[in-house]
Design a protein around this ligand. Structure first.
Ligand SMILES: Nc1ncnc2c1ncn2[C@@H]1O[C@H](COP(=O)(O)OP(=O)(O)OP(=O)(O)O)[C@@H](O)[C@H]1O
Ligand SMILES: [Mg+2]
Length: 355
């Protein structure tokens, strides 16, 4: 039994005003994160609603709440329950009103892992509990259906709209799902423009917290059309650590800035190699270049993904979810860290919109 009088809800809310969200630099009460406070016999329960289920600061916030509330006289136990509601970073009047955030995954160069990361980021966000769509905007060379193992799937139709294919907890759409796999798409710029617009307007995406858009290589028609067709939350720029690849990534980041698309951050892919027998890390291409480039550009660095045969195999086999379940040499962990860093940057964009 607790002999001391319990603190009131108001007293608890007062101390919760000292707990800051480290990313948003505001207290959790002003941010409207605290949904309810219950006190009973010295036991306090605080319900906190985060802005993303992939919040990297969850444990920091939990610890800070526990420390602050435990300091009050009469408190013997503190429980923190988390839920999440992803807020929109997009204008209210938008072509896709049910989609809260749209993120393009691009790069200056081909083959650096845009599609791989689009798939892994989408699955990572979905595993955290978010509603996720993945649009393969690589019209000429769609690789998402193979990476998701849905090459033979065909989308359904409902009320004149195309239904995305659901797999690994995400909704996917690709030109590869609409045409036979071996058929080449030979289209001019305006047709590409129409295809992208139709993917946005004619696909029944439903309610999504995040729509991830896998871009083709380079700085051509697709990023331009995308940026002109719909407001984007921002772009994640993928690069490998070699100097030549970095120069292209810097060009891609500048292109997004010119298009008025915020760069949410850079991701270094094929960053380092972990030897399976010894666990030793080797920097094949000079790890760390993307972080330096990001700093020079003044954009966030979202993390590094190792080069690992398990990634290549999982994407070739259409079984990318096993990278999270089996976590071969920390691949799943590395991806989760990038997912959380990206989700935090997106939350920051929506907070800026609401400010
Ligand atoms: N971290 C990694 N470790 C091992 N293999 C990887 C890694 N990232 C990507 N790959 C492999 O590299 C190849 C190219 O990746 P991916 O298709 O994702 O690149 P891309 O940038 O989308 O290419 P494109 O410019 O042609 O669209 C694929 O076979 C993929 O499995
Ligand atoms: Mg690709």
């Amino acid at each position: 039994m607790n002999d001391q009088p319990c603190p009131t809800k108001e007293q608890i809310l007062d101390v919760l005003k000292t707990v800051q969200d480290p990313e948003l630099n505001q207290d959790i009460v002003s941010l409207d994160f605290v949904k309810s406070v219950a006190v009973c016999d010295g036991r306090v329960r605080v319900d906190v609603e985060l802005t993303t289920p992939a919040c990297p600061m969850r444990e920091v916030i939990r610890r800070d709440i526990e420390t602050a509330v435990r300091d009050l006289d009469g408190v013997i136990q503190v429980d923190v329950d988390f839920s999440a509601r992803v807020r929109s970073s997009l204008p209210e009047k938008c072509e896709l009103p049910c989609v809260r955030n749209i993120v393009a995954v691009g790069a200056g160069k081909g083959g650096v892992g845009k599609s791989t990361l689009s798939v892994l980021l989408s699955i990572g966000l979905a595993r955290a509990g978010a509603r996720v769509g993945l649009l393969d905007a690589d019209i000429y060379g769609p690789s998402i259906p193979k990476m998701l193992g849905i090459e033979s799937a065909r989308p359904g139709f409902e009320n004149d709209k195309v239904l995305p294919v659901e797999v690994f907890g995400i909704k996917a759409m690709s030109m590869g799902l609409l045409i036979p796999p071996a058929q080449a798409v030979i289209w001019r710029g305006p047709m590409i423009h129409n295809a992208i617009r139709q993917f946005l307007e004619q696909v029944e995406w439903g309610e999504l917290d995040y729509l991830i858009v896998d871009l083709p290589p380079g700085t051509g028609d697709v990023p331009l059309t995308l940026a002109q067709s719909i407001p984007l939350t921002g772009a994640a720029v993928v690069c490998t650590p070699q100097a030549v690849a970095l120069a292209d990534a810097v060009r891609a980041a500048r292109m997004y800035e010119t298009l008025g698309v915020p760069v949410l951050g850079m991701i270094e892919n094929m960053s380092y190699f972990v030897a399976p027998d010894t666990g030793r890390e080797y920097d094949l291409f000079g790890k760390g270049g993307a972080e330096i480039a990001a700093r020079q550009l003044g954009v966030p660095f979202l993390g590094s993904i190792p080069i690992n045969v398990a990634i290549r195999m999982a994407c070739d086999d259409g079984t990318p979810d096993c990278l999270f379940a089996d976590d071969p040499q920390g691949v799943g962990d590395a991806v989760t860290r990038v997912v959380e860093a990206l989700a935090a940057r997106i939350s920051l964009r929506s907070a800026l919109k609401l400010a």
